[in-house]
Design a protein. Structure first.
Length: 99
């Protein structure tokens, strides 16, 4: 299980189940525009996370990529190439992509 630092935890949004029940429509209306996550607590203990759909889909894509065979290994390989000075600049990348 991942552990958050105190600083990271303080920055999270929390809501108790009673408040969630009372404000669910408002929360669901605002969640897509505000993004991020809301930690749902029950009896003062974190139990679940509400996540806007876009963030969920991004996480899902990342998770699928991480499961691809050799994906992490290829990232480390490319990082070593960059460390050796064999990468291209940000400007060159944008030029190559036509951005």
């Amino acid at each position: 299980m991942q552990t958050l630092s105190t600083a990271e935890l303080v920055q999270k949004k929390f809501i108790g189940t009673d408040d969630l029940r009372k404000r669910l429509t408002d929360i669901l209306d605002k969640l897509p525009e505000e993004g991020g996550e809301i930690i749902v607590t029950q009896h003062g203990k974190p139990q679940a996370i509400l996540l806007d759909l876009e963030s969920y889909l991004d996480l899902h894509d990342t998770f699928e990529n991480l499961q691809r065979p050799g994906f992490i290994k290829s990232i480390y390989k490319e990082l070593r190439e960059i460390d050796k000075g064999k990468g291209i600049s940000h400007e060159q990348l944008k030029k190559n992509l036509g951005i």
